[in-house]
Design a protein. Sequence first.
Length: 132
Amino acid sequence: MKQKPKDATKLKTTSPGTVNRELAVISHLCNKAVEWGWIDRRPAIIKRCREEQSRITYLTSEQIKRLIECAKQDQNPQIYPFMVIGLGTSMRRMEILEIRRENVNLKQRTIYIPNAKGEHVSSLLPGNWQNF
């Protein structure tokens, strides 16, 4: 028996994106079952939920300057290079966290990103990489 949350305001609905990812798994399983000869045809047509297009927010030049200044003053010395690399390369958080010395070529100013979303990628280091 499921327990109800103590506070009803903590109940939330599942987002259409989450539902679509689950439906994609079911759809893939059906396709594989047909491909492997387990079933003759797909048992159903799976329609996906409509998702709202999320807005991309860009930082202004002033916001970038302020972010960099705050990163320089942060007590964690890794914050500043993290921010500079992120802003200069548009790398994702996990891509930056997975950077290893062997993936960085300082002469060519490139970072090899082995687990980049989609494919293996190299990214140019920001012009001020020598600052850290």
